[in-house]
Design a protein around this ligand. Structure first.
Ligand code: NI
Length: 163
């Protein structure tokens, strides 16, 4: 583990302290690590499009909208290799909320999420991506790593951990 020392403007330092308290972090380091991880995940699709990731995609939609429900189901069947599980809840008379658990390459998950979120009648779409790179692995794996070797590595990891 490395120790970093940082300088912050008073305003920014106060805002950070307030964030640590309001979110209930045990200490500043824990809060900073989460902020950094979130930011790195945000750029993952650009920096490592082939990274194996899990993700949750959540959105609200109006089930009275013509053909929308069947279009959303069709999209999931078209990408059954990415969709692990889907949860559906009926929010009120018109609206439903769905959360899909996805697994696959970062760029494929992003493209699938966009195809769902941009459907007319779908609102509040949000994709949360988590890289499955283990802590022992470099967070900046070489970009030239082939899709097959990444997939083989992921398979090996799955076998080793048996879950
Ligand atoms: Ni419903």
């Amino acid at each position: 583990m490395k120790r970093l020392t940082m300088s912050l403007d008073d305003d920014l330092a106060d805002a950070f302290e307030a964030l640590v308290r309001s979110r209930g972090y045990a200490n500043r380091s824990e809060a900073f690590r989460d902020l950094l991880r979130n930011d790195l995940m945000g750029t993952l699709v650009q920096s490592r499009p082939e990274a194996i990731c899990v993700a949750t995609l959540s959105y609200v939609y109006n089930h009275h909208q013509r053909q929308l429900a069947s279009r959303l189901t069709e999209l999931q069947h078209d990408h059954h290799e990415l969709t692990v599980s889907t949860m559906h809840a009926h929010l009120d008379h018109d609206r439903c909320v769905e959360t899909i658990i996805l697994r696959g390459h970062a760029d494929e998950l992003q493209a699938f999420a966009q195809s769902v979120i941009t459907q007319p009648g779908v609102t509040h779409g949000h994709l949360h991506v988590v890289s499955l790179a283990t802590s022992g692995e470099s967070p900046h794996a070489p970009l030239h790593a082939s899709r097959t070797s990444m997939a083989a590595k992921a398979r090996k990891r799955r076998l080793r951990h048996k879950h």
